[in-house]
Design a protein around this ligand. Sequence first.
Ligand code: HC0
Ligand code: SF4
Length: 574
Amino acid sequence: MIQVTVNGHPVEIESGSTLLDAARKAEVHIPTLCYYPRLPSHAVCRMCLVKVQGAQKPQPACKTLAQHGDIIETDTSELIAFRKADAQWLLARHPNDCIRCEVNGSCQFQNLVSEYQLEDKWPKLPRGSAEHPEHRLTDHTSPSIWRDLSKCIECGLCAEACGEPGQQQNIIGFAEHGEGRMPVTVFDKPLSETKCISCGQCTLVCPVGALIETPHWHEVLHTLDAHRRISAVQVAPATRVAISEEFGMKPGTVSTGRMINALRALGFDYVFDTNFAADLTIMEEGSEFLGRLKSQQNLPLFTSCCPGWVNWIELNRPDLLPHLSTAKSPQQMHGALTKRGAFAQSLGADFANGKNEPYVVSVMPCTAKKDESVRPGVSGDVDHVLTTRELARMIKARGIPFSALPEDDEFDNPLGESTGAAQIFGASGGVMEAVVRTASHFIGREDSLPLEWQQLRGVRQGIKEAQIPGIGKVAICNGIATLQKMLQSEQWREEYVAIEVMACVGGCLGGGGEPKSMDPDILHKRMQAIYQIDSQAPRRRSYENRDIQKLYATELEEPNSERAHELLHTAYAA
Ligand code: HC0
Ligand code: SF4
């Protein structure tokens, strides 16, 4: 440990930490625009300059390593003048439409303008057209991601999140250097014509509103207010462990009940749990897997619930599609059951004439789930998809006091019961652990095999693997970059019987629709919350879900039956 003094306050920090880490430890706010904890710091925005005693010039706190005994100041009049001048220049290049902007209230640049009381006094320097008429400024072609480069402040984070060292997709990058550089696609194509996988990591790191999730929340509020249809909402496992952050609560706070309460206050008639369908996925995908093991066909099996990964394989390696499970994701399974299963019948839905079909919304930590909901073959199961961030915006817009809501509400049934196995879907490694829990029952090894597979857990990037007696060796690709690395050799074909792939590091809890966070440990905190819910669940294996058992007894007969295939499986586009 080393000691640093920040604005007169001594703090202890680990050696190897930056001056920004020291300031955060001292709870001293330093503005940043181009800093994101899991990406390298380039100090291009210059907002975090600090005065280090003995140094000739101000130093960027985000990339200057702290030395034992450093004495720093963060708010001298000289530093404030630097920040104001740089921010003033950015303001001259930024549109004035904050009131209508989707990130109004959570924009780091807006915060800075407010903090330093900047006036919009310089002549406006419009982006794009005058300087680079060839650049496309707005792009609403993707079902998941909207771009508005007139708001870009050139921090560079999106290009790093999308390329090196992030997702390794390189869909957006910088075309020019110096003034006027903008994150554009190759040949300036609209996103829908690129190999963008819709993971949304670029939206997570964007400090302004230049990259956002395609917004659905306005239409959802409008539909709820009109109240012409019975409405049902389903909530993904990773949302309940992250939404609390949007309301200033401690990271890792579980808000399942508060979320249910808030969704009822927004006007949803039924609040269901995506976890119900995650248990169902295990029954379908688990049976499919055991069938493939028996026939030795199309092994290893790839999990199919992450739509960013499904996009990737379709766009880049269609030759591998036979390995993908045909099971729809829990989001789509849940939507299909809500719209066309016994629940819809109980509402009087007239399937032949398309009448009285419930309006179905999902709340997901993922931007690619929007894209998934309009995929050929599954579109129509879910009407609108909200990210965790969008739900928070809706709750704020309607003045619902989220933190004060009681944490005791429960999901509606019959599409609301779930087990701990379903909850861990939200963490990298969780789908595989859930498969193993139920598969070990099907192969008669439930008593001899452990319930928890620690080797498959954790947020560390790379491949996690475990040898499962009676089944074989399974692998987890934590992030799409890890998958790409794995495919560089052919070893995976012989080595594994099943591979879970999640496009975002950490799994859904690190999804592109989750709250933006500057906490370097955020993935770990959300993950701990997920495993805490699992460890406290009365049932922890998917086959133990009583409503799933009833569903097979009354409607689906057995896993992989004809009716199950009609509602719960899909095909992929080569
Ligand atoms: Fe996930 Fe899911 S676990 S993909 O990460 O399988 O988005 O949270 O909802 O569908 O259940 C995301 C999260 C889900 C689905 C589930 C799966
Ligand atoms: Fe890149 Fe993902 Fe953003 Fe697409 S959504 S541009 S793949 S980071």
